[in-house]
Design a protein. Structure first.
Length: 235
């Protein structure tokens, strides 16, 4: 149903699937960071890509509202990969990183709770000095849920879901760059950065974060077109 609108999304995912395969095949023993750190990043990135493909399947069959939960998971995966990349960027393994890796490895029984909270992960990313915060901004998860929340009798917007899917696909390019950086895979980094530049040229909308339009207030004067902020870039 949405093949034409999803064409670029398909192309981005297919490109990254090939690069992900390269990262899996070229795991090096001389990784400067703990090997389990890179393994964890690669596992989360693999899960992220699986989420993108799942959303593709749902949208192609018209199941728009069912994508909300996957979009939420993608937002958390996005934060996890940035968090796990921090030691490679500024050389510090914190107690949160060790706790995260222990949870992944199953070394301790945490029962039904996580030793690292989502708030702690976000705070450490915000305080990090080794990343470009203008590029790797935290994903506003609330917006993803608002975009796909039906309003009254109005169904979820398929067009907004496709734009949101493209935004996440675009961010996957940056996540692949981070993962390749930890593994010192210079060739993968170069190809992904070149592809990112290509996306900005062929489709500037790929870097735009879709947001729900605010409801007009009663008796309020219409705002000038120049002040329309229904879409906000988060590059």
């Amino acid at each position: 149903m949405y093949d034409a609108e999803m064409k670029l999304n398909h192309q981005i995912v297919q490109f990254l699937e090939y690069k992900l395969q390269t990262l899996h095949e070229n795991i090096r023993e001389n990784i400067t960071e703990p090997p389990e750190l890179y393994t964890a990043m690669l596992a989360v990135l693999t899960q992220y890509m699986a989420g993108l493909k799942s959303i593709t399947c749902l949208l192609n069959h018209g199941f728009v509202s069912q994508t909300r939960g996957i979009f939420q998971t993608l937002g958390e995966d996005y934060e996890d990969i940035i968090f796990l990349s921090l030691p490679a960027l500024h050389g510090t393994m914190t107690h949160l990183h060790y706790a995260y890796l222990k949870r992944v490895a199953g070394e301790e029984d945490y029962g039904y709770y996580s030793p690292v909270s989502r708030c702690e992960i976000r705070n450490q990313i915000r305080e990090a000095n080794g990343i470009n915060h203008n590029v790797f901004q935290l994903y506003p998860k609330r917006q993803a849920l608002q975009v796909l929340r039906p309003l009254g009798d109005k169904p979820c917007s398929a067009n907004l879901a496709i734009e949101l899917h493209r935004h996440f696909a675009y961010k996957a390019v940056l996540l692949t760059v981070l993962t390749a950086k930890v593994a010192d895979e210079q060739e993968v980094m170069r190809e992904c950065l070149n592809y990112r530049a290509h996306l900005e040229m062929v489709d500037p909308a790929a870097v735009i974060m879709p947001q729900p339009q605010s409801q007009p207030r009663p008796q309020a004067a219409p705002a000038p077109i120049a002040n329309d902020i229904s879409y906000a870039a988060i590059r």
